[in-house]
Design a protein around this ligand. Structure first.
Ligand SMILES: [Zn+2]
Length: 373
């Protein structure tokens, strides 16, 4: 009735699967480009699809404030509104209430906050979060959780996680089941393995269509993040997709797939693209650097995206120096292509039983791979 997940191959803990939804099928491991305010910034929806993306993420916080969930529903739901017919996962809004909204108070009922746009007052409860995501017509709805600040003591992390579990139960009660639509729970518990495992048990008892690992990529660093995954992922139900929220760099993704994660989202490829940072094989480069001004090379010889097929680094450098909008558009396209190429190769690697071989190619050191001239 809801979304269905088929686990097709494994290689070590890495998993190759297919997630079927009301709006189409998603090959996993999958990366979801972020469409914050009803658009993947600078990208036409057809172009997003051309990179190989099969699902995108929408932000409940932004859409509930502007244009409002009821308005999106009146205009046919988010798929119709933004002309993306494929699957959409929406977050619950909780993370951005904590990071963007002004003056917020949180209690057992939910969270009251002021809009960062106009200062208007809003309430987000587990029930309202389900209502908003239903109005948006989200293919995959996320439970409202409390984002545990980092760092947190074990007691703070436990209190926060337990509240998130009570909210998860309320979300499950309020979620309206529809064929091909899913509701994902979110594991919390900060960096404490015992809390993470208790959170998994609570969520699995309630029962969800997928399980997200939340509260990571908040400053704990990659080694701590991987440790949390190792303490968490093996306990998650094997027959449901696992989603690592807000992660990350290509080497974060490779390491998380190695530990059994199936889905990812991150603003990094789009945000970096707008500021001139390109992800290429072997690292990153900043196209604004003077070293690229006279370069006739493409961004990445191995990439088939329009930025790499049609333009030199020198031209892209010029676009950024001249503040031409085509520059951010091309770099965004390239970065999204880079991430989708990564996911496609990881999937092929798992299918062929050669995951580690593929992983090594993508686990580049985090250094600038600058063109020396
Ligand atoms: Zn490219």
């Amino acid at each position: 009735m809801s979304t269905s997940f088929e686990l097709r191959e494994t290689d070590g803990a890495a998993r190759r699967g297919k997630l079927s939804t009301a709006h189409g099928m998603i090959n996993t491991p999958a990366f979801m480009p972020v469409g914050t305010a009803g658009t993947v910034k600078g990208m036409h929806p057809d172009s997003v699809a051309l990179t190989g993306a099969q699902i995108i993420l929408g932000n409940t916080y932004h859409l509930m404030l502007r244009p409002g969930a009821e308005r999106v529903a009146e205009l046919g739901g988010l798929h119709r509104f933004m002309n993306w017919p494929g699957p959409i996962l929406t977050d619950s809004g909780g993370f951005q209430v904590m990071s963007l909204a002004g003056l917020r108070t949180i209690n057992e009922e939910g969270v009251v906050f002021k809009s960062h746009i106009d200062g208007s007052k809003h309430q987000l409860t587990p029930e309202r979060a389900m209502d908003i995501q239903r109005l948006l017509d989200a293919t995959i709805t996320m439970v409202l959780d409390e984002c545990t600040p980092f760092p947190a003591t074990e007691q703070e992390a436990e209190d926060s996680m337990m509240r998130s579990m009570r909210w998860a139960e309320r979300c499950k009660q309020a979620f309206v089941q529809r064929p091909g639509y899913g509701l994902f729970g979110i594991v919390q518990g900060s960096v404490y393995p015992k809390l993470r495992q208790r959170s998994v048990t609570s969520l699995a008892t309630i029962g969800f269509d997928g399980y997200a690992v939340g509260g990571l990529a908040v400053g704990e660093g990659q080694p701590a993040m991987f440790e949390v995954l190792e303490a968490t992922v093996p306990h998650l139900p094997k027959d449901r997709p696992r989603y690592l929220m807000g992660v990350g760099r290509p080497d974060d993704i490779v390491g998380a797939v190695r530990r059994g994660i199936d889905m990812f989202d991150c603003v990094m490829p789009t945000r970096s693209g707008r500021t001139g940072q390109a992800f290429i094989r072997g690292g990153t480069l900043n196209i604004r650097n003077a070293v690229h001004a006279a370069s006739d090379r493409p961004l990445d010889e191995t990439c088939r995206c329009p930025a790499c097929r049609g333009y030199s680094r020198g031209y892209l450098h010029h676009l950024f120096k001249a503040n031409e909008m085509l520059g951010p558009m091309l770099l965004t396209w390239h970065n999204l292509q880079h991430y989708q190429d990564l996911m496609a190769e990881l999937r092929q690697g798992i299918e062929a039983g050669r995951f580690e071989e593929v992983a090594r190619r993508w686990e580049a050191p985090a250094t600038e791979a600058e063109d020396p001239g």
